[in-house]
Write a protein that binds this ligand. Sequence first.
Ligand code: FES
Length: 171
Amino acid sequence: MITEEQSSQAVAEILGRYRREKKNLIPLLQEVQTRVGYLPRKALQEIADFLKMSDVEVWGVATFYNQFRFIPLGKYHTVVCMGTACHLAGGRLILEALERELGIKVGETAEDGNFSLERVACIGCCMLAPVAVIGDKIHPKMTPFKVEEALIPYRQEAGGELREGKSRGKS
Ligand code: FES
């Protein structure tokens, strides 16, 4: 995970390439999120200062669009496809099963930082519907009953790391 210092450096570098114009707010938010992975509160403040806008104004714009995240993604970012083919094949049930199993809702990251959950539009493999992606692995033809089993290797890996003292702090 990116450290606070790395995040500040990235934000400073990005701001250095933009003019101080309000119309640059959305592109700035997008670029910072791409580099940092989410929009830390400090970055929002730095953007507000740069554009000479109030924190509230920047926060209001950022929270208006659901493309922006305000917490880091989990180590194993989990997405459930809700495109037409996956939706018709039971994508909603997969999503609900993952919410139950992970103890988080869509758009959230688990407190231990291991899993985050999102819904996405078609990811381009409709023949395998319904599809979930955990970490970087596609899980085709998912069913709610396969969810717990699909999570086992990730939980084992995360558990192993914790035992080895490699737990990750959230920023
Ligand atoms: S609709 Fe899910 S992969 Fe296309």
